[in-house]
Design a protein around this ligand. Sequence first.
Ligand SMILES: [Zn+2]
Length: 173
Amino acid sequence: MIPVKIYCVCGQKYAFEVQPHDGRMPVPVACPVCKRDGTADANQLLAKILNGKTQPLPPPSVNSLLNSVQSSLAPHLVDALKDAVVQELAAQRRELLVAQQAAAAELTELARRLEAVQTPLLERLRAYEQRVSELEKDLADQSKENRELLKLKIDLLREKIEIERGASRVNFN
Ligand SMILES: [Zn+2]
């Protein structure tokens, strides 16, 4: 069995193990997210691996990496390595938090601009909804992390639209 890892153009990564048939994929494969055919990419990768240009890599899970070095490293080095992994994860969470705050700030700025010029409610709603559809268009061709962020921005805008609609109902009553 040969491990194959494919990076789809949509940003999704997917991996599987395969017993090649005549050095090629025995069955077609497709991206689990966008359904794009990955068979040609898989065949190219198999050709490289089978020609010895590339060594197949073991699955790069943190635990298997830690287990493989554990026996050859002093315990304090293993601990240092674990700390480094934990710090890396914390850094990724921090980045996401900063990105979420930036998304909220962007919406606040849009709302402030519209309110500063006393834009009528209907135009404000239209501006928010236009921004939502722009973001939804971006959503289609983004990596997973960016998709999470775009979804968050869309949710924030939808909330804002709901609040504005609610406020207008009160005003007209
Ligand atoms: Zn894809």
